[in-house]
Design a protein around this ligand. Sequence first.
Ligand SMILES: [Ca+2]
Length: 291
Amino acid sequence: MATGKVIWGRGVILILFIVYQGIRSEQNVALSKPSEQSSDQGRPDLVASKVVDGCLDRKMDNGCCTHTQGSGPKTAWWRVDMKELMTINSITITYTNTVERRDRLAGYHLYISNTTSTPQDGTLCYVDTSSTIDEVQLVVTHQCPFVGRYVTVYNYRTEPLRQSWYYQYALLELCELQVWGCPSACYGGNCNSTTGACFYCFTGTYGDFCNMTCPANCKDNACEKDTGTCVETDIYSKSGLFCCISNARDQMQNVTKRWISIISDLSSSYIVRRLEFITNFVRIKRSGFLR
Ligand SMILES: [Ca+2]
């Protein structure tokens, strides 16, 4: 019977976890953010920004995709700068379907980073290791539970090719990349799916995006999320209601310490001089000068 209860309890926990995952709220934090890529194909409508324009159309001529240089490069990359640290849950890649491109996308890497020194900076979230061309998915979502500012799609070609069916050059024909997550300032990693506003803030911050600091006189550094009003005021803080009492108390303590120091110095000096006088008196007395 007891075992049954334990199993039932685990089931409840599992169900709660699934429900939590189901109601997790997040937004595409890459939408309309600055982006760049290793090279341009040449057509003005096939540029890096098309990958974060919100258009999921996969036909290359419809103006929703990009295209890096097609012949020659052995490496290719595309990167988005989300402008701040984001708590990422997953990333959805949408690749062109104008013609069969699986052999071109195959072998790509997905990185999350805080720097851009190289296209391979940061954490490798996913690498495509498809062993056949049919395994390569052109629209796919990868779980990437990391915190970072940049997301980079990177690919390369070697001689010999990692797979014999790979296209010989490295190029990217991305139509959209969606990064599902929230600003890292959001407590719990949840936010409004439309505005990106945080549901909760960490202690000490407030505002829609939890990017403002609670007033210094808030007790335990806690304030209301929307207004920044202290949940409870620390009345003895430097900026609290009794700030003057607090300041006066500190000043009194400083003055007291100073007087104690002065008196101590004077006392020490007096005692030393008295000892010197007694020592000299005894020395003179012993010499017989004084009778
Ligand atoms: Ca697009």
